[in-house]
Write a protein that binds this ligand. Sequence first.
Ligand SMILES: Cc1cc2nc3c(=O)[nH]c(=O)nc-3n(C[C@H](O)[C@H](O)[C@H](O)COP(=O)(O)O)c2cc1C
Length: 324
Amino acid sequence: MSLKNCYNFEDFRKLAKKKLPAPIFHYIDGGADDETTLKRNTNSFDDCDLIPNILRSVGEPDLSTTVFGRKIDMPIFLSPTAMQSLYHPDGDKASARAAEKFGTMYSMSTMASTGFTTPPKFTLESIMNFAMRPGWLFRYFTNKKFELANIKHKTDKGTNITKSVIDYVNEQYDPQMNWEDAEYCIKKWDGPFALKGVMSVEDAKRAVDIGCTAIIISNHGGRQLDGSRTPFDQLKAISDAVGDKLEIILDGGVRRGTHVLKALAAGATACSFGKAFLFSLGAGGQQGVERLLQNMHDEIRRNMILMGCKSVKELDRSKIIYRN
Ligand SMILES: Cc1cc2nc3c(=O)[nH]c(=O)nc-3n(C[C@H](O)[C@H](O)[C@H](O)COP(=O)(O)O)c2cc1C
């Protein structure tokens, strides 16, 4: 199997599985606890159906939308994800370049990398697994050393680097953080401000009150609170409450162009995705991410034509019906 045979999420996933050592593949693939939320994130899109209109002289549909005050050429962009250099030595640069080529956005994680710092746990099985992927090993040892570029200046560069990076990261997840802190950041930050991880209507309203430009409805890809509601299940209620007051990004479970169409119809301004582009990065670096974005672009375009929609603005509630 090669990149040119990758037509959907599962194809990229399979190719990435072949190329990446198992601990690294599973770091992308896994979710929290029983992975209930991870599975439901994608399955929730099946609880609603698209309703097409015919004879709308669609011509060439306009896929663009505006996110954080900037026009992007397609209504999906790359979510922030940690340690991309694990999946390909070009890491974040490969993803960002691919996104730029398609006129969309790359997001930088605090844990963005340009090399390799936090090693997976080694067992006999995992060592064998690395040994059986000489291509990955060759690229790893012949490329620039892995580092967490955003936080390297904050960590101890001594022998205990792994522990100090983990300590630093843990310190950043401050359980005392509150809405006043977010409001303070908005005041200090002279630009658009998005809150990621908003899941309740109450928090969405609060985000409006403190002056957010956007909210990212997200359970972080089902990697944190297992059993939590999914972004798509929650989108309609949040959009009804605040859809006319800020931008809404749907993040989680997006695998297909039709998922994007359903999210836009339910009230999202745009979508973002993580796993899909990380597998494509692992499968083929920048070229892999470009192929994924091309596939997504083609799927969104084709399905907008089939829906009878000239622009993403025409995707509204009249275009979907919920089964229950
Ligand atoms: C391997 C991996 C690493 C991630 N790292 C981060 C991170 O550093 N910061 C963050 O806010 N979200 C992180 N996420 C969550 C993504 O930003 C995004 O919310 C999630 O991937 C969306 O779900 P999807 O993977 O089903 O598209 C990560 C996700 C994955 C798969």
